[in-house]
Design a protein around this ligand. Structure first.
Ligand code: ZN
Length: 253
């Protein structure tokens, strides 16, 4: 139970949630040489627009734009993420053990969807189970990009250092990442999700294919950036306190 295989694993309910919540942070860390992974818990089959196959193709394209080391997609039931379901806990535990990340970030914001409310608890339970030697989940079903699922044994315990979630507006963040340099890449990654964000003919109007939605995503980042004295930032919150070896940069406030 020693070496991490990844620096950060973002676990989110639907394809595109990772990009909406912290896409620029994922790209920033990838640019720093970090091994960044994403896992979509569901195929997004209940979405008003786009088929699971279209959404997986878009998710792969977005993963490449963000420079991710890998992206996984489980087949948990969209709309029914359940932190008390042993099968869902087992599948998420197996993902954590196969990816072996130092940090896990869940992307529950925006929190209007019940899957977004359930995901942080599911992930916390799975991260705890991942530590226990007597828990032996099977290899989960799902898709992987750019190649096959990570090799390794889902029965091998793993203890991650910290779990964070994307901080919703109005809550107090634990960490802010300055993401000004990665913002264009985040917007390009979001643009890969044509079925979700383009209000093309034949598509049902939704909250997220209204142009106001992406403007709101940017407004949130400008809000966090303003707090920190930079242009754009993304915010995380969690129980962990990072251990510093020096004072943070002087624009920390
Ligand atoms: Zn979602």
């Amino acid at each position: 139970m020693k070496t991490a295989s990844a620096d950060l694993l973002c676990i989110a309910p639907h394809p595109d949630d990772a990009e909406i919540g912290l896409g620029a942070t994922l790209r920033l860390l990838a640019d720093r040489g970090r091994r960044v992974w994403a896992c979509d818990l569901t195929r997004g089959e209940l979405g008003s627009n786009g088929t699971p196959a279209e959404r997986w193709a878009e998710a792969q394209e977005a993963a490449a734009r963000l420079g991710l080391a890998g992206r996984l997609q489980l087949e948990l039931p969209d709309g029914f993420i359940n932190a008390h379901d042993p099968a869902q806990i087992a599948a998420t535990t197996a993902v954590i053990r196969l990816v072996r990340p130092r940090w896990i970030v869940t992307a529950p914001a925006p929190v209007r969807h019940p899957d977004h409310l359930a995901t942080p608890l599911l992930v916390k339970k799975a991260a705890f189970m991942a530590r226990l030697t007597r828990v032996s989940p099977p290899r989960p079903a799902g898709r992987a990009w750019p190649a096959a699922w990570p090799e390794g044994d889902p029965a091998r315990p793993w203890r991650c250092e910290a779990i964070f979630e994307v901080c919703p507006p109005g809550r107090t963040p634990s960490l802010l990442f300055e993401v000004t340099s990665a913002w264009t890449a985040k917007m390009e990654a979001l643009a890969c999700y044509r079925s979700q964000f383009e209000a093309a003919e034949g598509r049902r109007p939704t909250l997220i294919n209204d142009a106001a939605f992406l403007a709101q995503v940017e407004r949130v980042a400008r809000h966090w950036g303003f707090r920190a004295g930079v242009e754009l930032a993304e915010a995380l919150r969690g129980d962990a306190a990072p251990l510093l070896g020096d004072l943070p940069p002087d624009r920390w406030t």
